[in-house]
Design a protein around this ligand. Structure first.
Ligand SMILES: [Zn+2]
Length: 308
């Protein structure tokens, strides 16, 4: 095998990240595009193809230098057949044969999986979840996803659709979610909800970065928002921790940048409300690989599939 590089792609509701990685998962070049700017699915797929082609051209790479292309997508994915079932936060994606389309256009092997599962694999192999046996890895962003490691193996479920913690209802009644459900966790702690609540409190538009910075400056309104997010997330985790008796929970994604403020509230809630045995066992960490976890997971996916 002579290929030396992998293309990793992380498609999120806000950003589309495309990178070239080496076989040790170092990111050599990365491009970040705005997902919302593309609107239609066809335009987004074309942007992916064009970005990859220009990467190859700029770095003078040939097809034979590339082991394959790995893609993480924010929703349920048929990883075996390479079909995207549905993306709650990216309009127009329903039953898309993405593997087939990209392999046809790029003439390279393409592998798909759910983005939270890829982040989980990355944190488990190289990050904070390493060495633990039963772990939940969460990614907080526009969407709220997770991956579950049980007995040191990723738990996929019957249709590879496990881990949709963002669509676990935390109330009997409440807001209608993009997935069609009611009172889903994501509708309470997803980026859109946080930004909406922040706008109401501050009486102006405020970014998540500013909201985090303000909390670190002890701004009461900002602290209030992050603590509320922490309590809501903690409440959902109490159920998971009681159910699965995990040894670790790893929290990543953009919102995790609120850092200790958010994390402390999550820990406090889990410690106070979970059953004693489970609460004593579980450790809660911030993810190590940060925003690149999805890209690294996508590269791991390619390498592992190719070597199987
Ligand atoms: Zn939902």
């Amino acid at each position: 095998m002579n290929a030396k590089f992998i293309v990793g792609i992380d498609l999120g509701g806000t950003n589309l990240k495309i990178a070239i990685l080496d076989l040790k998962y170092n990111i050599l070049e990365k491009k970040v595009l705005n997902t919302k700017k593309y609107g239609k699915k066809e335009h987004l797929i074309l942007a992916i193809i064009n970005s990859i082609t220009s990467f190859f051209k700029n770095n003078n790479l040939k097809k034979k230098d590339i082991l394959g292309i790995g893609i993480g997508l924010p929703g349920p994915v048929d990883n075996k057949r390479g079909i995207v079932h549905f993306l709650p936060n990216v309009p127009g994606w329903r039953k898309v044969y993405l593997k087939k389309v990209l392999e046809h256009k790029l003439n390279l092997p393409v592998f798909l999986d759910n983005d939270a599962k890829l982040m989980t694999i990355a944190e488990y192999k190289l990050g904070k979840a390493k060495g633990f046996k039963n772990v939940l890895c969460l990614t907080l962003g526009t969407g709220v996803g997770s991956g579950v490691i049980l007995n040191r193996k990723l738990y996929r479920g019957e249709d590879n659709a496990s881990g949709e913690i963002g669509h676990m209802p935390i109330n009997e009644r409440g807001e209608r979610c993009n997935c069609g459900g009611i009172a889903c966790l994501e509708a309470y702690i997803g980026n859109n909800k946080i930004l909406r609540e922040a706008r109401q409190l501050f009486k102006r538009n405020i970014s998540l970065e500013e909201l985090s910075a303000k909390a670190f400056e002890h701004n009461k309104l900002a602290l209030n928002i992050w603590q509320k997010v922490g309590r809501r997330l903690g409440t959902a985790l109490v159920g998971v921790v009681n159910l699965l008796n995990l040894d670790a929970v790893v929290i990543g994604g953009g919102v995790a940048n609120a850092g200790t403020i958010l994390l402390d509230k999550v820990k406090e809630t889990v410690n106070r409300q979970s059953m004693r045995v489970q609460a004593r066992r579980v450790k809660i960490f911030k993810a190590r690989l940060g925003n690149d976890a999805g890209l690294i997971g996508a590269a791991i996916l390619v390498k592992e599939q190719k070597l199987e």
